[in-house]
Design a protein around this ligand. Structure first.
Ligand SMILES: [Cu+2]
Length: 272
């Protein structure tokens, strides 16, 4: 990509990988987030780096204020990889922009306000989803596997029968796990009691992240956004608010495709 010095470009990034966690940094350029999975956020937010987990999207304004190559680069992120074959991704370059010495004519300023995002109000229902992993018939909650050597394990090995569960259950197409109602505001508490991060994805709507809780410490997101995928770090609880406006069955699942295939998925039936 060739750009002029001082130019700004609007980039939409979509993590369409099955399992890679993209911790991104733009060397020699600056990033400003203007949108997430569900469109624009309320005001631009400058960031040094950003984590894009499978299925997450972000919309950026990138400012190229230094001449020479500007590189979108992956940084090391530990999501709790198990088994062999972990790719060495740190330092991988996803995009290079060649920034000219010649400056562009003045660029328009970003608007201070992009849109309003209303709060969903008070929830009338609270649901709790606990994510766990089970290996070879043994259930593993958090910390139980620490110190074990995972080097000989393979998720695809029949003998190990690795399973990924929500509330102790593996996905069943013929089972309804939750029953909801159109227009009902709900608080979902997603607890990651497993040893790996799991990007949690909900179909049919966009949600707002209320807070993250880990080791008793609660943090709120730094800005309000519409999302349909949020990473739940190992050992973390994330609370989200949502409302479904159309009737029908909707899936929710981990968006690491291997985990979803091995059971970490459920169905909420939204009734009219
Ligand atoms: Cu997962």
């Amino acid at each position: 990509m060739a750009v002029a010095l001082g130019e700004k470009r609007r980039l939409r990034l979509y993590n369409a990988t099955n399992a890679r966690f993209l911790l991104l940094k733009f060397d020699n350029a600056s990033m400003t987030v203007i949108g997430t999975d569900g469109g624009l956020i309320e005001a631009p937010v400058a960031v040094d780096q950003l984590l894009l987990t499978p299925a997450e999207r972000v919309e950026l304004i990138v400012s190229f204020d230094k001449p020479g190559p500007a590189k979108l680069t992956m940084l090391e992120y530990e999501r709790g990889w198990m088994g062999p074959g972990k790719p060495n991704e740190a330092g991988m370059i996803l995009l290079t922009a060649n920034v000219s010495e010649e400056a562009v004519a003045a660029m328009p300023r970003l608007p201070a306000k992009l849109r309003s995002i209303e709060s969903l109000g008070n929830p009338v229902v609270t649901r709790r989803f606990v994510l766990t992993e089970s290996m070879g018939g043994i259930d593993h909650g958090s910390t139980s596997m620490q110190g074990m050597d995972h080097s000989n394990m393979s998720m695809s090995s029949d003998s190990m029968e690795m399973k990924f569960l929500i509330n102790g259950a593996s996905f069943d197409m013929n089972r309804i796990d939750e029953v909801s109602k159109v227009g009902q505001v709900e608080l979902w508490e997603v607890v990651n009691a497993a040893d790996m991060d799991h990007p949690f994805h909900v179909h049919g709507t966009q949600f707002q992240v209320v807070e993250h809780e880990k080791d008793g410490k609660v943090t709120m997101p730094s800005y309000r956004a519409w999302k349909d995928t949020v990473n739940i770090v190992a050992g973390e609880t994330v609370r989200i608010m949502l409302r479904q406006d159309l009737p029908g069955p909707r899936m929710y699942h981990c968006h690491i495709l291997e985990h979803e295939q091995l059971g970490m998925m459920g169905t909420v039936d939204v009734q009219a």
